[in-house]
Design a protein around this ligand. Structure first.
Ligand code: COA
Ligand code: AMP
Length: 636
């Protein structure tokens, strides 16, 4: 079948399409119905199905005789180690950890926070939760203690599973002091914490609350899989919204399994047994879907890579991992390729490795700039496919259906909607924009299986953020266009979310932190273009009249404050003190205009601007940071 035929088969019978796809999953009770329209606020998939995620990721492969196949390769240049774990071994480890959690009273529906670096135990922890129906909530290691505390207070975990440290190229990041601080700040207290000690930074154990990973499991009886309803939450994953309070995206179990399994063949064109590598982190959605769940559900080998594209030890790291582990499908973010390209522009290091196993590179997380795509294609000598998705969807909205029929690649476009997604470009009134014209990207409801069913504990915010702007549609928060051939290009966000090195961050959240500085009267944070990370946050600070302190001191403190409260991953290093901020007459800060000025782009003077001369002041203030020059000035 062609892509057009498959897409049409979904369109003409969405329920039949997904019920058919659901047959690839082992159900304890196969759903008698595909979609329950009665559910509120969104329809729910497979309403009466009963299923277990861990069973589909592990037990069923072992039952089918694949005990000795490799499930996980832990490739860790930062610890100079490489470990293989078979499906049989992984099942044993996960069942025991699940048993230990169960023995301590963790049951179906309880939340478990996982705060771990890129080690196999992080995957074990996720699957152990899935095994007993506990809802995991993985928090990325690059966030500060306060971000962890916010998540703990929101999802109220019964237990926390943490590593003692993560290893960055330039330092060992002790996680345990961050966890301890988060627990001091959080109102909610978990019943216990399980700590995986790593020799690079052993953690101080607080007796009575903390238990060492291996001691915790020593006496445990392996736990069996607990069947759960298809719409039981598999996990909560927090993502940035427009404010500092993150949104806990709730992922339903059954739809998640069905959709991820479908993507492995149809989008990634991979067969069970092949090696699949998503170079992301378990703390992000890519890590949930394509380091942990999808490859294991589909019976692939997944690579858990503890390293960076550059610096561990050099820009040849990715090519080495691909060659040594015979990676067939490789998934990364454009920023990682830009980092490699910057250090090895001619791709010489790729030539030192045998990349013959590699079949394709997939990119997501941010807009794939055509230069980087062309460079990667040239260096790796394989097709490079951009695909667009979000934490909320958990998998591809628009991509190249390579396993159905590889479509011609158009650089700058993430190709076409996948079955399940009816993508529209809307104007403010909710009407479809003509082909080739920019607008808000929205998806006609219902969303397909596996996409979010809510925001944890906040249905009103779920409705407000995603469902109310254009009734009948899910609002993606992205702006883009569809061309004459139906190809979709995603160009920018429509909200105060920025994308820094493939990481989604809230400028509103950073503003909240800066506003807490005692000398800051008012502030704004915008995203400015960066050749490596795509975007970087830039802060503008207006100081209290009587402040009297050197502006550079306050800038330094502001940078430290964001690092301390949001985390190093925010990469907040650019800030300036200004007299005033450009505003509309009604007092709204003109952030979009500020961003255009910083990037040296043309812009129309907003009709509602209070005082246009502020824009020149602004340009002068950021010139020392290397921003604000027009294209002509840059060329000169
Ligand atoms: N734990 C603790 N700290 C972390 C961390 C973690 N898991 N991950 C990142 N950090 C820290 C880094 O050490 C760095 O700190 P620094 O300011 O002291 O140097 C800071 O957070 C920013 O990190 P990062 O975004 O990784 O930037 P970088 O300059 O170190 O590296 C790239 C740049 C492009 C190599 C890197 O961003 C990268 O590999 N990006 C790919 C991201 C990706 O795959 N995203 C997947 C989304 S689909
Ligand atoms: P996250 O939820 O962290 O995965 O971030 C999702 C956001 O990243 C999207 O809403 C887009 O703004 C951006 N994004 C992800 N993939 C792409 C892509 N292929 N092209 C353009 N933007 C992308």
């Amino acid at each position: 079948m062609t892509y057009a035929e498959v897409y049409e088969s979904w369109r003409s019978d969405p329920e039949g399409f997904w019920l058919q796809a659901a047959r690839a999953i082992d159900w304890h009770r196969f759903p008698s119905q595909a979609l329950s329209e009665e559910a509120d606020p969104v329809p729910l998939w497979f309403p009466d199905g009963m299923v277990n995620g861990c069973h589909n990721a592990l037990d069923r492969h072992v039952a089918e005789g694949r005990t000795h196949d490799i499930a996980i390769i832990h490739d860790s240049p930062v610890t100079e180690s490489r470990t293989e774990i078979t499906y049989g071994e992984l099942l044993g480890r996960v069942a025991r950890l699940a048993g230990a959690l169960k023995a301590r009273g963790v049951t179906k529906g309880d939340r478990v926070v996982i705060y771990m670096p890129m080690v196999p135990e992080a995957i074990e922890a996720m699957l152990a939760c899935a095994r007993i129906g506990a809802i995991h909530c993985v928090v990325f290691g690059g966030f500060a203690a306060r971000e962890l505390a916010v998540r703990i207070d929101d999802c109220k975990p019964k237990a926390i599973l943490a590593g003692s440290c993560g290893i960055e190229p330039n330092r060992v990041v002790a996680y345990k002091p961050l966890l301890d601080q988060a627990l001091r700040e959080a109102d909610h207290k978990p019943e216990f914490c399980v700590i995986l000690q790593r020799p690079q930074a052993m953690a101080a154990i607080e007796h009575g609350r903390d238990i060492e990973w291996h001691d915790f499991q020593e006496e445990a009886e392996p736990a069996d899989c607990v069947p759960v309803e298809a719409n039981h939450p598999a996990y909560i994953l927090y993502t940035s919204g427009t404010t500092g309070r993150p949104k806990g995206v709730v992922r339903p179990t059954g739809g998640h399994l069905v959709a991820l399994h479908w993507t492995m063949k149809n989008i990634y064109a991979t067969e069970p047994g092949e090696v699949f590598w998503a170079a992301s982190d378990v703390g992000w959605v890519v890590g949930h879907s394509y380091i942990c769940y999808a490859p294991l559900i589909h019976g692939n080998t997944t690579v858990v890579y503890e390293g960076k594209p550059v610096g561990t030890p050099d820009a040849g790291a990715f090519w080495r991992v691909i060659a040594q582990n015979k990676v067939r499908t490789f998934f990364t973010a454009p920023t990682a390729l830009r980092a490699i390209k910057r250090e090895d522009p001619e791709g010489r290091m790729a030539r030192d490795h045998d990349l013959s196993a590699l079949r394709a590179i997939y990119l997501a997380g941010e807009r794939a700039d055509p230069d980087t795509v062309a460079w990667a294609r040239d260096v790796a000598q394989v097709p490079v496919y951009d695909h667009w998705w979000q934490t909320e969807t958990g998998y591809t909205i628009t991509g190249n259906p390579v396993g159905i029929e590889p479509l011609p690649v158009k650089d700058g476009s993430s190709t076409v909607p996948m079955p399940g997604y009816d993508v529209h470009i809307l104007d403010e009134a909710g009407h479809d924009r003509p082909r080739g014209e920019l607008g808000a990207v929205a998806i006609r409801l219902p969303l397909p299986p596996g996409t979010l069913t809510g925001i944890w504990g906040d249905e009103a915010r779920f409705r407000r953020s995603y469902l109310s702007t254009h009734p009948g549609y899910y609002t993606t928060g992205d702006a883009g266009m569809i061309d004459e051939d139906g190809y979709v290009s995603i160009l920018a966000r429509t909200d105060d979310v920025i994308n820094v090195a493939g990481h989604r961050l809230s400028t509103g959240g950073m503003e909240e932190v800066l506003a807490d500085h005692p000398d800051v009267a008012e502030c704004a944070v915008i995203g400015v273009s960066d050749p490596l990370k795509g975007q970087l946050p830039m802060g503008f600070l207006c100081l209290n009249r009587n402040c009297g302190r050197p502006p550079e001191d306050i800038v330094g403190e502001a940078v430290d404050l964001v690092r301390e409260r949001v985390g190093p991953v925010a990469a907040f290093k650019l800030a300036v003190v200004v007299e005033r901020l450009p505003k509309t007459r009604s007092g709204k800060i003109l952030r979009a205009t500020m961003a255009k000025i910083a990037d040296g782009e043309d812009f129309a003077m907003p009709a509602t601007i209070d005082d246009p001369t502020i824009l020149d002041e602004l340009r002068a203030a950021i010139a020392p940071l290397g921003y604000g020059m027009t294209k002509t000035e840059k060329t000169a």
